[in-house]
Design a protein around this ligand. Structure first.
Ligand SMILES: [Cu+2]
Length: 269
């Protein structure tokens, strides 16, 4: 399965996991409420134009109050809002925290790429950067593919912990129903679960600076055995990162203002 934007697509992206399925359900409910409300208001407007225009109804009504009607047009919208609010809050709390997570991944937003850490699998971490146009391979998506995707096992509950290292970013993978700010000095939790093997694309969706549009997210969901093999190779490839948590101190110092932020960032890599 591929979770990516489609040319001329108008609906939400297809669901790659349970959170997105619930988002679809909630979206469908809202759409029906919107359609019914719009049709009802348009019909009322048409009736008024038809029956009460100056030609057919030359003497205007002098009524200014109708208590029953006023109660109705207050109570009915309140009931409609309740019908929206209950599933809305249920969905918010469903997305909020992982229950019985199988795996935790730390996601750090940086200007302008992502860093993923696997504390449960040897605590290696690596950077994930967009593939530049000149390096695109056939089949890769422009401005969406990255050199090192976030690899997860399929059908497992993944706890996502987001941090920001410099400014506020947002970790957003629409087909998995994931969206969380990554904020400096804060730890924010959410979770995701891919029901299908495949590739799910996302992007930073909090404007975070010059290259905000070029820090895409790729989540690759693999069967458990392939994930384990990937972890084994990743532990070797990223061995020098083991135990080295992202270095917020250096960044904080750089951000504190003295010149050369770019230089210090570059020097760390
Ligand atoms: Cu951004």
């Amino acid at each position: 399965m591929v979770g990516a934007p489609q040319p001329w697509g108008i609906g939400l992206q297809a669901a790659g996991g349970p959170i997105k399925e619930r988002i679809h359900d909630f979206n469908d409910l809202l759409l029906w409420i919107i359609i019914i409300t719009t049709v009802f208001v348009a019909a009322l407007l048409a009736v008024c134009l038809w029956k009460y225009n100056h030609k057919t109804n030359p003497v205007a009504s002098q009524n200014s109050h109708n208590t029953a009607l006023e109660i109705a047009w207050t109570v009915v919208p309140v009931l409609i809002l309740l019908v929206i609010a209950i599933p809305s809050f249920r969905l918010i709390y469903y997305q909020d925290r992982a229950r019985d997570a199988d795996l935790t991944i730390n996601v750090t937003g940086r200007q302008w790429y992502w860093n993923y850490a696997y504390p449960d699998n040897g605590n290696f971490n690596f950077d994930s950067r967009m593939v530049a146009d000149a390096d695109l391979q056939p089949g890769q998506l422009r401005n969406l593919d990255v050199d090192e995707p976030l690899v997860v096992p399929v059908n497992r509950t993944i706890r996502i912990i987001t941090h920001g290292q410099d400014v506020i970013h947002s970790f957003f993978v629409p087909s998995l129903g994931v969206q969380r700010y990554s904020i400096p000095g804060r730890t924010i939790e959410t979770w995701m679960r891919a029901d299908h093997t495949g590739t799910f694309y996302g992007q930073c969706n909090q404007i975070c600076g010059t290259n905000h549009a070029f820090m895409p997210i790729v989540v690759r969901a693999l069967p458990q055995a392939e994930f384990d093999a990937w972890v084994a190779s990743a532990r070797t490839r990223f061995a020098d990162s083991t135990g080295a948590a992202p270095a917020p101190v250096a960044i904080a110092e750089a951000a504190r203002g003295n010149a050369g932020t770019e230089v210090q960032l570059a020097a760390r890599q």
